[in-house]
Design a protein around this ligand. Sequence first.
Ligand SMILES: Nc1nc2[nH]cnc2c(=O)[nH]1
Length: 478
Amino acid sequence: MEKFFRLKENNTTVSTEIMAGLTTFFAMSYILFVNPTILSLSGMPFQAVFLATIIASAIGTLVMGLFANVPYAQAPGMGLNAFFTFTVVMGLGYSWEQGLAMVFLCGIINIIITITNLRKLIIQSIPESLQHAIGGGIGIFIAYVGIKNAGLLQFTSDEASIVSSVVDGDKATNVVSNGGIVPALANFNNPAIILALIGLVITTVLVIKNVKGAILIGIVATTIIAIPMGVVDFSSINFQENSLGNSIKDLGTTFGAAFGPNGMPSLFSDAAKIPQVLLTVLAFSLSDIFDTIGTFIGTGRRTGIFSKEEEESVMTSKGIKSKMDKALFADAIATTAGAVVGTSNVTTYVESAAGIGAGGRTGLTSVVVAIMFLLSSFLSPVVGAVPSQATAPALILVGIMMMASFKEIAWTNLEDAVPAFFTSIFMGLAYSISYGIAAGFIFYVLIKVVKGKVKEVSPVLWVVTALFIINFIVLATL
Ligand SMILES: Nc1nc2[nH]cnc2c(=O)[nH]1
């Protein structure tokens, strides 16, 4: 174990890595239930997506741990599963099988740009100030995920602002609203939100006091407190209905569906639709590629998981040799594997920062997360019992830690501050890592042009910025 993961060299121990793995797993375990909920709205069977989520996350996370030896975990991303269901299937009218075929193509593009060093060129082209902004922005993003999961905010939409809604019986299951939706502080009048506050206080105190395992202790303590408060009810767990047998039976429907008659072949049968198919694959790819790059730059820099020398060797070395190369490769193959089993894009999760914050430094952390994913195929009801209010404080605190990158940005110089704002704060508000990066790039290029400093914009940055603009125009007109 010591030799394989080089624990001593990375200043860590087996117990720290296990604690970090559990922390990351519980911080991201919501995806086991949220991903099937979102993707099943596209017509995919819930139980099949549940198992596909586990299989794809476990494969991606294991490769990350065993091949790259870094403490990152993977799972289907929350931005792209919504894009899959609400834009590609419901909006553009593709079948979910065709959607999976597009995700598969996106995975192949990811693999190609990773092994041909194109991804390194892209990373190299991101200006230093924007790299720090991405780091701090991911802090805002993850803290915002935590604040929302804790239930600290409520959103009210006036009727005129509702763009579309899905209604099931007398219940709206999905509502899309424009800017007329307004966030506000929630009312502290129910046990769930009071539990979130208790969890936040416990975790803050433990973190400030530098207690070992603070974040995981916070999650466990909050879950235990949730039982007498009635937020978690173990007696209502239905082991029968959520059995592994049921999920395996259903998996046959999604496994390989990307290549069935309703999938890949039908995607290219109508020549008139091919441009739209290619642009949709481009939208998937841009978002996926920049999400991962952002997550690695944002979380790896500050913690030293990817050292300065490592980053430099990434730029000069050929092939897949450095840790970062291997991590990017592990990320690239996970989306492809996910499309085969039946889920939208699998990506490196920002929640990995929670385990890194708890001291995780090697692939052993990821192996623990992968084992937990596999175990949850048997124990899904128990995993589901950890309430989101218990993991939310971990996300908020880790987000705060990541915002330290902001100190590297010259906020008083508007030439730096404007792109940094869009890359970071807007990333959180738009709830998308890659669209934050896109907005940051666009304003960076604009400002350099206006200032007569065009030479400072690398060719790769020009191309990527142009692709993002095309992407936004296409999404607006589809
Ligand atoms: N990097 C990343 N982390 C996530 N955690 C939850 N959803 C996402 C996502 O889309 N990207």
